[in-house]
Design a protein around this ligand. Structure first.
Ligand code: KG4
Ligand code: ZN
Length: 327
């Protein structure tokens, strides 16, 4: 079995995965959404302190599995340095105490493998990762052959939902709150400009900072605090931006399978628009189970099984946290 730890942002999670079957034997996650909600976003120092409380509690519950552990895996990149270090330090301690190898996992690869929890992995795939930290399109041929073909130049898709929700005083995380508010709004009411159009339309990249600022102006003008139309129009344009860029990608590529992963892949409007886009191209859509879209340790454990079989171990003195990923 492999014990895996996730602490890259505001979720403390530990999983136990059986190596031979990929079966998930244990998974527990303690989220910090409530604690960060009053600040309208994640406060790194607070997050680190909460991980320091939550991770040992969950680890204690894993004690019955200790004798069967063959490795310990942990998210080491990308994420918040002060929160990653909580998980990495714990993983190193477990590795020393039990005399088992350490596996440093890339969180983005974790999101890709969230598609294959308790399942066999199938490639090639084109993957759209939409989370709080990332908006990127990757071509995945295998665990070690991943090419990023488009990414955000500034804010991410999920982050823009968080920031818009904060402007409206809704709380955190913004994604589900905006999605809910948008249900009662008119998507066509506000004509926010779709990012990276015109001269930049050939660019395969994403940008959300301009849209965020346009929404800010609309929020400031709306005196009655009735934000449903703004939320709906924002969600529409944020999604259209992705659809425009994917249309561009599909002009020169024809993947058989397309996947959406990451916390924001739970967005129903994004899902429906992407489904409609894929139909004429005959591409299949792969999604993670809803409970594994947001950060979790089961996806880290699933990657770790592949890495264990390839003996991709990290040296105790060499595994460091890295806030930015090389993917
Ligand atoms: O993958 P995740 O849990 O953490 C990161 O790796 O960043 O993603 C969290 C992000 C947050 O920004 C949250 O607002 C967003 O995913 N999110 C959504 C939805 N549910 C979560 N964004 C849009 N629509 C949603 N339904
Ligand atoms: Zn994530």
């Amino acid at each position: 079995m492999i014990l895996s730890i996730e602490s890259s942002c505001d979720d403390s999670a530990i999983a136990i995965t059986e190596i031979s079957t990929c079966r998930l034997l244990f998974h527990k996650k303690i989220s910090q959404e409530l604690e960060h909600s009053v600040y309208g976003g994640v406060v790194p120092e607070l997050a680190a302190r909460l991980h320091a409380e939550a991770l040992p509690k969950i680890l204690q519950e894993c004690e019955p599995y200790f004798k069967d552990l063959k490795a310990v895996a942990v998210t080491s990149t990308p994420g918040l340095a002060v929160t990653l270090v909580e998980g990495v330090t714990m993983a190193k301690a477990v590795a020393v105490a039990l005399g088992i190898p350490l596996i440093g996992v890339n969180h983005l690869i974790g999101h890709i493998y969230s598609l294959f929890i308790e399942k066999e992995a199938h490639f090639p795939l084109t993957v759209l990762l939409v989370s709080g930290g990332h908006t990127q399109v990757m071509e995945v041929k295998s665990l070690t052959e991943i090419t990023t073909v488009a990414k955000s130049m500034d804010d991410s898709f999920g982050e823009s939902f968080d920031k818009v929700a904060k402007m409206m005083g809704l709380g955190y995380p913004g994604g589900p709150l905006i999605q809910e508010l948008a249900k009662n709004g008119d998507r066509k009411k506000y004509h926010f400009t779709i990012p990276l159009q015109g001269k930049q339309s050939s660019l395969l990249a994403f940008s959300y900072s301009g849209l965020k600022n346009a929404v800010r102006l609309a929020v400031e003008k709306e005196e009655k605090g009735n934000y449903a139309d703004i939320a709906a129009s924002f969600e529409h344009v944020a999604t259209e931006h992705i659809i425009h860029k994917l249309k561009k990608y599909f002009q020169t590529h024809s993947p058989k399978t397309f996947a959406i992963v990451g916390g924001a892949s739970a967005n129903l409007y994004l899902r429906s628009q992407i489904e409609a886009l894929l139909k004429p191209h005959g591409a299949g859509l792969l999604l993670s189970e809803l409970k594994y879209c947001s950060d979790n340790a089961a996806m880290i454990g699933r990657v770790a099984v592949e890495m264990y079989e390839k003996k991709m171990f990290s040296r105790l003195d060499a595994l460091d946290v890295s806030p930015r990923s090389s993917l």
